[in-house]
Design a protein around this ligand. Structure first.
Ligand SMILES: [Zn+2]
Length: 257
């Protein structure tokens, strides 16, 4: 990761998708991103579309930390790297250019967060599971869900759980949830950087979902271009090896100019 004072480079990030994700899966991802559903539902669908043997329901059941790592891994396989971003320092308001390489996130993909944790709640030791995709989806679908109700969802078997949770204030439930998420859902895709202007620490966050959405769209453009140029079907285009598709794409682009 390099971080320098703002120069004229501006916001780039758009590169040709090179990833190992097959074209047919990228087309499916484009349809998922453009389709209906909340971001956590789309995250599950994206993971299912690109990982063999994983269904959307399987992805729902994965802990949030695992889902975020997988999404980051998928994002890193798309686009051209290093990638350039412009970040505003929250301390001094100065803009700075940030150069990010795939290696900057290595530790975050390998990192494993606990699947369950024990906390003292109202002086009783209780166990909670890590939040997962189903919880992410439920929180968005039920905005009226209270902190206590959410904590109840995460509670693992405990003989006096109902009693303890009933006596817990919303503030107490919120504090317990903060503790669980801090332990089980460490931030994925964030890099702390010293601001070149004021030295304050700026947390750069790479939004994997946004990156995927930005880079997957070119799959549709490529197929449309080949279909128009040669009259091929989507199936025929997807069946071509990537290297041959690239040759035909170059030919089709040259014919346009
Ligand atoms: Zn600053």
């Amino acid at each position: 990761m390099q971080w320098s004072s703002r120069q004229a480079s501006g916001f780039s990030g758009r590169g040709d998708p090179v990833g190992e994700i097959a074209l047919v899966a990228r087309l499916e991802c484009a349809a998922i991103i453009a389709g209906k559903g909340s971001p956590p539902q789309k995250t599950s669908q994206l993971l299912a579309a690109t990982m063999s043997g994983l269904t959307s329901a399987d992805a729902d059941a994965l802990p949030t930390a695992v889902r975020q790592s997988l999404l980051l891994e998928m994002a890193l396989s798309l686009g051209s790297w290093p990638a350039y971003f412009v970040v505003r320092c929250p301390h001094c308001e100065e803009l700075a250019d940030v150069t990010v390489t795939q290696r900057d996130f290595e530790g975050q993909i390998a990192a494993s967060a606990p699947a369950q944790v024990s906390l003292a709640v109202s002086e009783t030791e209780m166990s909670f599971r890590a939040p997962n995709g189903t919880d992410e989806i439920a929180v968005l679908a039920e905005p009226a869900m209270t902190e206590s109700q959410f904590l109840r969802r995460l509670t693992l078997e405990h003989e006096t759980a109902d009693e303890i949770l009933a006596g817990l204030s919303e503030g107490g439930a919120e504090a317990a949830i903060s503790e669980i998420t801090a332990l089980c859902c460490p931030p994925v895709g964030t890099i702390p950087l010293p601001c070149p202007a004021c030295g304050g620490i700026v947390t750069f966050w790479f939004d994997g979902f946004e990156w995927i959405a930005r880079h997957i769209g070119s799959a549709i453009e490529d197929v449309s271009l080949l279909a128009r140029a040669f009259g091929w079907t989507e199936d025929a285009i997807c069946a071509l090896p990537q290297a041959r598709r690239d040759l035909y794409l170059r030919h089709a682009r040259e014919a346009l100019t």
